[in-house]
Design a protein around this ligand. Structure first.
Ligand code: 48F
Length: 250
């Protein structure tokens, strides 16, 4: 067993995947619930898709449940997505179900990867490629480069569609705002679970030619309320974006 061979195995495998992912049908930014669900349905239906996640871990806001109590609530409308993924849950009251946050994060990730999604963690999307008023790709850099503030140029990935699944900050749409390509991002409103859940799904869609928004990023763009630790809207949002994009890819 030679150390250099271990290194060669890693470098070859990683860079083969990265090379293969430099030209995508869909580049998803953010491996939270909405991004992973979108990735799963896209890959399962034949799209070439990768998720770029700036943190070491995938899962976004799932892990901590609420206040670190690692359970999340899902409403009736999204139960079929839990079933599709094989995530367990217990009925509570009023059409609510409780799922284990750890099971949700790991199962969403596992099923997305097994469906064919490539996940590149520790990679921050620092900008967008925009050509002739259409988003045409993403600009990526290593998270440690961003954290240390080193002056290192990025790489670029071309994609027919980019999905902003970056959560509360809507970071990717923010690059369009900075360039005056969209007018404003009002940011999410104060807590109102029912309304926030409904509007997350409603506002999921193409926010700019070539750029879709999902989950809390959709709420931030629309100025819709936050909703806390209820996750059905995130799951439904990811699925909605995936099927709208699949339709356009066809
Ligand atoms: O925040 P996040 O979980 O997004 P979401 O799918 O779900 C929101 C819920 O978790 C929760 C909630 C539900 O009621 O309110 O907050 O909308 O995941 C967003 C992911 O995007 C990553 C970030 O690290 C997180 O894992 N991310 C953010 N900016 C970038 C990024 C970036 N520039 N490049 C790569 N990843």
């Amino acid at each position: 067993m030679r150390e250099a061979e271990i290194s060669r195995a890693i470098v070859e495998a990683y860079f083969n995947d990265l090379l293969e992912s430099l030209s995508l049908d869909v580049a998803i930014v953010g491996a939270g619930p909405s991004g992973m669900v979108a990735g799963y349905y896209l890959a399962k239906n034949g799209a070439k898709v990768a998720i770029f996640e700036k943190k070491l871990s995938i899962g976004g806001g799932i892990w901590g449940g609420a206040m670190g109590f690692n359970r999340v609530v899902v409403q009736e409308e999204a139960r079929e997505i839990l079933d599709e993924f094989g995530i367990g849950y217990r009925p509570f009251r009023d059409g609510l179900y409780v799922a284990d946050a750890i099971e949700m994060a790991t199962t969403l990730a596992s099923r997305a990867v097994k469906a064919g999604v490539k996940v590149f963690n520790m990679v921050e999307v620092e900008d967008l490629v925009v050509k002739e008023n259409r988003v045409a790709g993403i600009v990526i850099n290593w998270t440690p480069v961003k954290m240390t503030g080193l002056h290192v140029d990025p790489l670029t990935v071309e994609a027919r569609f980019v999905v902003d699944s970056t959560g509360h900050g809507a970071q990717i749409s923010g690059h369009l705002l900075k360039r005056g390509l969209i007018e404003r991002i009002p940011g999410e409103g104060p807590m109102w679970a029912e309304k926030g859940e409904e509007l997350t799904v409603k506002h999921t869609g193409e926010a700019f030619p070539g750029l879709y928004v999902t989950g809390m990023a959709a709420n931030a763009l629309a100025g819709a309320p936050r909703m806390g630790p209820i996750f059905g809207g995130m799951l439904l949002s990811g699925r909605k974006a995936a099927f709208e994009i699949l339709e356009k890819l066809r």
